[in-house]
Ligand binder design. Structure first.
Ligand code: KG4
Ligand code: ZN
Length: 335
């Protein structure tokens, strides 16, 4: 039996969680800083770092309390160390180091993307690799062949903007505010997804959202210049449909080519209701099983870090007191 404390501070959520054997969540505490950043229209890194410092100890205390676990009973402390905002990551990494040292338990480095994928192991206790996973968040969008718990191969990726970034930018030009993804998702429910034909660029299993984002911005600005009224719900629905078509076609295509019978989705954009439905329907039509975490495990949280930390712990991965925060993604290095 292994109790792992997970710590996540890579962006604007201060989070801590205790899981048991990587599949059972005993506590999952998330302090969201979103209201703090909303007035700026996006995450302000320095504000995020300072707020993490304020909140991380109370959040860890709450996670231990809710799990009814004494710190001495933990087997390891897992922490997101890449990728993310460097100042924000450093808060979690520093606290995790000090905490692990003080209780004389191992420190386990976790890659944030590996964490997003692991959310599926919590949601489906019987899920085992191999499978294909789409990871789409605010900073990254990848189609991965999950060969084993820690053995991943990139099959396709965005060549420019992440899916979440495209959602946030499109939402901004529609005046929906931050964070745009969930707001655009809601508005799209009232729109016609076929009203405007936005571009769907892809090359093999790679894809691009920068052109789509620009097309939406141009559409809105052109209408403004002509003094024409736009139907915001139609723009939102048409944009969302374009993103989902690209992500679903490429992910299902990759799974078919690899002969996989399971597709999982992960990351903040996996909370999108159209993506969940379209991926599930298309996967099922092709005889492929579909897996997706509940909403609260799609967006940033520490349960997924604790779970991924468990697999790293079992594999003997350890972080030293020289563990550093690394802002860039390095799927090959750690996963
Ligand atoms: O995984 P996440 O919480 O943080 C990162 O690791 O980036 O993802 C945040 C991203 C944001 O861009 C947000 O707008 C997007 O996920 N997102 C959504 C939805 N919920 C969150 N995008 C589309 N539809 C949603 N329902
Ligand atoms: Zn994330």
């Amino acid at each position: 039996m292994a109790y792992i404390l997970g710590i996540e501070t890579s962006c604007d959520e201060t989070a801590a969680s205790v899981t048991k054997d990587g599949r059972e969540v005993l506590s999952n505490v998330v302090y969201s800083q979103i209201p703090l950043h909303t007035i700026y229209g996006g995450v302000v890194p320095e504000i995020a770092s300072r707020k993490h410092i304020d909140k991380i100890i109370p959040v860890i205390d709450a996670a231990l309390r809710e799990a009814k676990i004494k710190k001495e009973d933990l087997d390891a402390v897992a922490v997101t160390y890449n990728p993310g905002l460097v100042g924000a990551l450093l808060v979690g990494v520093s606290v995790a180091k000090a905490f692990a040292y003080s209780i004389k338990k191992p420190l386990i480095p976790v890659n944030h993307i590996q964490g997003h994928i692991a959310a599926n192991y919590i949601a489906y206790p019987d899920l085992k690799p191999p499978f294909v996973s789409l990871v789409a968040s605010g900073g990254h969008s990848h189609i991965l062949h999950i060969k084993d718990y820690r053995d991943f191969e990139v099959i396709g990726a965005t060549t420019d903007d992440a899916a979440g970034e495209a959602f946030d930018k499109a939402a901004r030009v529609l005046g929906l505010g931050y964070p745009g993804g969930p707001k655009l998702n809601k508005l799209a429910e009232d729109g016609n997804p076929e009203a405007i034909r936005f571009p769907r660029p892809h090359n093999g299993y790679d894809f691009s959202f920068s052109g789509l984002k620009t097309a939406v911005i141009n559409y809105v600005h052109t209408a403004e210049q002509k003094g024409e009224e736009i139907n915001k719900a139609d723009v939102a629905a048409s944009f969302q449909q374009a993103v989902c078509d690209v992500l679903v076609n490429n992910t299902v295509g990759a799974a078919k080519e690899l002969g996989m019978d399971k597709i999982a989705i992960a990351g903040g954009v996996a909370a999108n209701t159209l993506l969940r439905k379209q991926m599930e329907d298309t996967a099922k039509k092709n005889g492929i099983g579909f897996y997706c975490p509940p909403f609260e495990l799609c967006t940033d949280n520490a349960a997924m870090i604790s779970c991924a930390g468990y697999f790293n712990f079992k594999a003997g991965i350890r972080g030293g007191l020289d563990l550093n925060a690394i802002p860039q993604l390095s799927i090959g290095d750690v996963l």
